[in-house]
Design a binder for this molecule. Structure first.
Ligand SMILES: [Zn+2]
Length: 244
């Protein structure tokens, strides 16, 4: 939105403000404020009333809400998450409603509303958003020609658990074992069928492959509803008992 139009809108909304030191009406100014947030220093554009005489600054309730949104947008931009504005733009480009995007992602419509309105999504949810919004940077050959799916990860791990007769995924799990099973499953499935099982990406660590961003993913995986995942095909099921 153009700054001038925005300023007029804010002014109309707030009906102006007087300097507490009796210098009359204050003017609205756009200021970039340095705000520390989650360990990052953000330059956040804000609107504030400033006294032309003494320079005193004041904010209002509506402005505070605007600042919160601005912080969320600046933060998401700086850590490479989709901003609220980007989510709205990409969704509209695909002619999706908030409801249809929610359905695509197996999340509630409230989540979409929150992310578009300023709540910061987790890295795993950002990934799911990008997949649902057709972002080119995911779902390509590096993820094994399959869109990344957390419920699928849970489903594959459950399959392993039933084959091995033991629990793989525990609370506060570092995924040392789970990631290896997933990696084997994805690698072999990709080799045999041209498509991985979960669409995950992995880091090569000294003790073996680890799921990228596993710390962000672990809670979501444990909470995931595997019944929402696309079921494993007979062929893929057949691949797993051969795994170590
Ligand atoms: Zn003043």
């Amino acid at each position: 939105m153009k700054t001038e139009k925005r300023l007029r809108e804010v002014e109309m909304k707030e009906n102006g403000m007087n300097c507490p030191d009796g210098h009359g009406k204050m003017v609205i100014k756009r200021i970039k404020k340095g705000i520390p947030f989650r360990g990052i220093h953000l330059a956040v554009p804000t609107y504030q009333y400033v006294c032309k005489v003494c320079g005193k600054e004041a904010g209002t309730v509506n402005q505070a809400a605007d600042i919160q949104m601005a912080i969320s947008e600046a933060y998401r931009k700086s850590v490479n998450l989709l901003t609220g504005k980007e989510i709205v733009e990409k969704r509209k480009k695909l002619n999706l409603t908030q409801e249809s995007l929610a359905k695509r992602m197996n999340v509630g419509i409230a989540s979409i509303k929150r992310w578009e309105g300023g709540t910061i999504q987790s890295k795993s949810m950002d990934r799911a958003l990008r997949v649902a919004l057709g972002d080119q940077s995911v779902g390509d050959s590096c993820t094994g020609n399959r869109a990344f799916s957390i419920p699928r990860i849970k489903l594959v791990l459950r399959e392993f658990e039933s084959i091995l007769g033991k629990h793989i995924l525990k609370k506060n799990d570092k995924m040392l074992f789970a990631a290896k099973y997933l990696w084997y499953a994805d690698m072999i499935a990709h080799r045999e069928t041209g498509e991985s099982m979960t669409g995950s990406t992995y880091a090569a660590l000294p003790y073996g492959p680890q799921l990228n961003n596993y710390k962000d993913l672990i809670d979501d995986i444990i909470k995931a509803d595997e019944s929402k995942a696309e079921p494993l095909s007979r062929r893929k099921k057949g691949l797993s008992p051969r795994l170590p």
